[in-house]
Design a protein around this ligand. Structure first.
Ligand SMILES: NC(=O)c1ccc[n+]([C@@H]2O[C@H](COP(=O)([O-])OP(=O)(O)OC[C@H]3O[C@@H](n4cnc5c(N)ncnc54)[C@H](OP(=O)(O)O)[C@@H]3O)[C@@H](O)[C@H]2O)c1
Length: 268
């Protein structure tokens, strides 16, 4: 299927690794021009080199650039937005979390997660959405999490930021009425990023079991509501994100789309 993404300009926050990196890879395969982002020049350069060599292996010529910006630093974001103008597709992907007791989560912990997870998308959308509306085409996609509704007890601050994203996304979609711009959110479940892989290796070592057993026990004991009963791959999540950002998904606007392997339950 041709997703009609050839030449579209894409910015993906927090994309030198994990889901963001996988999304960058897919956009490049579709012929989009991709701008990736991370906090350091070295991580951004490394990711660009990897993306280019992946593309070479598939005999693809790609246009990929990088921009260093830290979404926990307001000034860094001001500099970033000044340099971002002609973006067709904004993927608000960056997100941080820390597993901790609610009683030990300080104001600073709350503010740091809110700043990176929520204000990153607010600031980027405030800058780029008007330009999309002016040209009557654009896509804004937020990345929430199943935690927005599951709210694990050790991730209350993170879950709150992921719930806030749903309201922001729906609110911004109201501003696109009658235009060719859409704003949506995807809600991934547990996904096998480098971080998740490390988490499973550590758990397996700590509990003296294989990584496969650690994964299967995670779904038996922790994420019990999952119908998938395994981590989604980055590619599975990236496929949906890239489709929903494409011209083909023009009838989807103001939506929150679950990619949670059924963990959130409900009929909608
Ligand atoms: N993985 C999951 O199971 C899962 C499930 C549901 C939802 N999600 C959501 O999906 C999104 C991506 O998650 P992920 O697991 O792929 O993340 P991840 O692997 O932890 O993301 C790492 C990326 O984020 C960048 N990053 C971290 N802090 C940053 C900051 N302050 N400013 C700019 N970039 C920053 C890193 O860049 P550098 O290291 O190069 O600086 C790197 O590119 C997040 O919003 C997350 O909440 C993930």
């Amino acid at each position: 299927m041709d997703l009609k993404l050839e030449g579209k300009k894409v910015f993906i926050s927090g994309s030198t690794a994990g889901i963001g990196y996988g999304v960058a890879q897919k956009f490049l395969q579709e012929g989009a021009h991709v701008m990736i982002n991370g906090r350091t020049a070295s991580s951004v350069e490394k990711a660009i080199d990897r993306l280019k060599s992946d593309a070479l292996r598939m005999d693809n010529e790609v246009v990929v650039e990088g921009v260093v910006a830290d979404f926990s630093n307001k000034r860094s974001i001001e500099t970033l937005t000044q340099g971002l103008s002609d973006i067709d597709i904004l993927i608000n992907n960056v997100g941080i979390y820390s597993s901790q007791s609610f009683f030990k989560t300080t104001d600073e912990d709350w503010q740091r997660q809110y700043e990176v997870n929520v204000m990153s998308g607010v600031r980027l959308s405030r800058h780029l959405l008007p330009k999309m509306l002016d040209k009557d085409w654009g896509r804004v996609l937020f990345i929430s999490s199943e935690c927005a509704t599951l709210v694990p007890a050790d991730l209350i601050a993170y879950s709150t930021t992921k719930a806030a994203i749903l309201a922001i996304s729906r609110g911004l979609a109201q501003l696109t009425k009658g235009s060719g711009v859409t704003v949506n959110t995807v809600i991934p479940g547990s996904t096998m990023t480098e971080g998740a892989d490390q988490f499973l290796s550590d758990l397996a070592e700590k509990e003296g079991k294989s990584k496969a057993d650690a994964e299967s026990d995670f779904f038996k004991e922790v994420r019990t509501s999952s119908l998938l009963q395994r981590f989604a791959t980055v590619e599975e999540i990236a496929n949906s994100i890239v489709y929903l950002s494409s011209p083909l998904a023009s009838a989807t606007n103001g939506a929150a789309i679950k990619l949670d392997g059924g963990s959130m339950g409900g009929i909608l």
